[in-house]
Design a protein around this ligand. Structure first.
Ligand code: NAD
Length: 359
């Protein structure tokens, strides 16, 4: 029996997590769900958008399936999602971008995995607001130390990149490649400009890559060039490993290569804890309408099954999703040739069709 934390989340979150939960149960893997609320539901019930019991439950169970969460301005967090990743040190963000026949997409032969460092870089949340005394002090210090001029009316965001976190994420990427029969890891950077941050990331990657030489191919790409190559020949890539900001951007780009947010799963993984969630957000305009595509969440649940070593169930679930999409009948509006197609089914009905294939 696996004990798993379930966070329904906001907007379309409860609908797509319910669909994913039912699909997991249909694989016959024994799961005891511990449902806890974060986001608006938690704020309404307990006055906190991220109550302590949510983190406690994830820490205890080590695995969570999470719906998207909206962070209202003024709730003390920039983002609840980023807070969960940082507090639990979920340092690796895994986002597979795989083409499934039947999805409307420009490319048909894409199967790549974006592995994004999740704990530092410009997302560390270290920022100095324009005009504040501490910002002026910092500008003065920097000018003194570097002899470079910063405009007095600047805001400043700090980009910390450590050797420790860089080596850790690159090692994660190579281990992922080995475990998942992948052939190549590409490190993506801008080390030609940011020599002491991206340069350090690249150096760490080269060092870790030596340990895998002969097993997994290694290559390097500058992030701007990577964007162009991904658009021109995405099938040339396998696993990409990137610092936080580039990882964020490239993972959305990659989701776009294979049909968009409705089909893009994700995972945030730490040393002992992992939280699985779709790349998409809460899509509030579709809340409660039984309209959202549950695929991204169900594929995230398949990644979760693999993580808890239920490989066969994970594979069966992914195949069931692929079958339903390729048949094109019991699919949501976004997977139909036109968005207003009257034959589109709802979130629940698409999950029902996937479940029928698991029986
Ligand atoms: P979004 O992903 O919620 O929605 C963008 C658009 O994509 C939607 O309007 C919809 O047209 C489409 N879409 C998204 N998911 C879909 C699905 N499953 N099926 C069909 N269509 C889908 O992005 P947003 O509008 O930028 O964000 C809305 C809220 O979600 C924001 O408050 C944001 O902070 C939050 N958010 C949360 C997470 C998370 O919890 N990890 C991630 C991203 C955004």
């Amino acid at each position: 029996m696996h004990k798993i934390t379930l966070i329904p989340g906001d907007g379309i979150g409860p609908e797509v997590t319910r669909a994913a939960r039912r699909c997991v149960e249909a694989t016959a893997v024994k799961v005891e769900w511990e449902e806890v609320n974060a986001g608006q539901a938690a704020l309404d019930a307990s006055g906190s958008i991220l109550p302590d019991n949510v983190l406690a439950s994830i820490r205890k169970n080590k695995v969570a399936l999470k719906g998207p969460i909206v962070t209202p301005i003024g709730e003390g967090f920039r983002s609840v999602n980023v807070a969960i990743r940082q507090v639990l040190d979920l340092y690796a963000c895994l986002r597979p971008a795989k083409y499934y026949p039947g999805v409307k997409s420009r490319y048909k032969d894409v199967d790549l995995v974006v592995i994004r460092e999740n704990s530092e870089d410009l997302y560390a949340g270290i920022e100095f607001e324009e005009g504040r005394p501490e910002t002026k002090k910092l500008i003065a210090e920097i000018e003194k130390a570097t002899l470079k001029k910063i405009r007095a009316d600047s805001g400043i965001s700090i980009k910390p990149i450590s050797k420790y976190a860089s080596e850790r994420i690159v090692r994660f990427a190579f281990e992922y490649a080995i475990k998942n029969n992948r052939k190549k890891v590409t490190v993506v950077h801008k080390a030609n400009i940011m020599k002491f941050t991206d340069g350090l990331f690249l150096k760490a990657a080269r060092k870790v890559a030596e340990d895998y030489s002969g097993k997994i191919a290694f290559e390097e790409a500058i992030v701007d060039n990577m964007c162009m190559q991904l658009v021109q020949k995405p099938h040339n890539f396998d696993c990409l490993v990137l610092p936080n900001l580039y990882g964020d951007i490239i993972s959305d780009l990659s989701a776009g290569l294979v049909g968009g947010l409705g089909v893009a799963p994700g995972a945030n993984i730490g040393e002992n804890i992992a939280v699985f969630e779709a790349v998409h957000g809460a899509a509030p305009k579709y809340k409660g309408m039984n309209k959202a595509n549950p695929t991204a969440m169900i594929l995230s649940a398949s990644l979760m099954l693999k993580h808890i070593q239920e490989d066969k169930a994970a594979q069966r679930l992914e195949s069931a999703v692929a079958q339903v999409i390729s048949e094109g009948r019991d699919v949501t509006y976004d997977l139909k040739p036109a968005p207003n197609d009257p034959t589109a089914v709802g979130t629940k009905e698409m999950a029902d069709a996937i479940i029928r294939r698991l029986k």
